[in-house]
Design a protein around this ligand. Sequence first.
Ligand code: ADP
Length: 166
Amino acid sequence: MTFRVVTGSITDLDVEAVVNAANSTLLGGGGVDGAIHRAAGPGLLAECRTLGGCLPGQAKLTGGYDLKARYVIHTVGPVWRGGDRGEDTTLASCYHESLRVVRERRIRSVAFPAISTGVYGFPKPLAAQIAVMTLREKMWEDMEVLLCAFSAPDAAILQAALDKET
Ligand code: ADP
């Protein structure tokens, strides 16, 4: 079992599945969502149009098209509204439900971005703690889980959460 932090764009990773921090329309957006759609090409949007959107805390699978990854797992994080609207539960559900898809498809390597920590405004240290705790509780032997940070400071936050929960 591998569980570690990597730094860079999730679109460059050579894993079987990448997770997308999508919005509920699943029709593309900015941030990591925009990067994944740009790198995957128009086939991804075409498939997303058939899915009928996705609720916060849930996850849906598509192909990876022009990505190295064979699959994209689209999940919709919570918008941070101060922390008393169940944001932590919804964020944990994103990781949990994504892993459920991973298990169903027998995917062996998966990379997660820091869901909700961009435009959706979730505090990064708390988001990192939730990611690590939820994934560690649910992952299984023989799988590789990467936490993909888009900057060195973000990588340090994720690494701190990983070290703390060990
Ligand atoms: P959300 O709407 O869920 O907050 P964002 O895409 O705005 O999603 O941000 C989520 C996280 O993804 C942020 O920490 C952001 O820095 C990071 N991010 C943005 N682009 C990429 C990328 N190409 N690869 C990995 N992470 C990225």
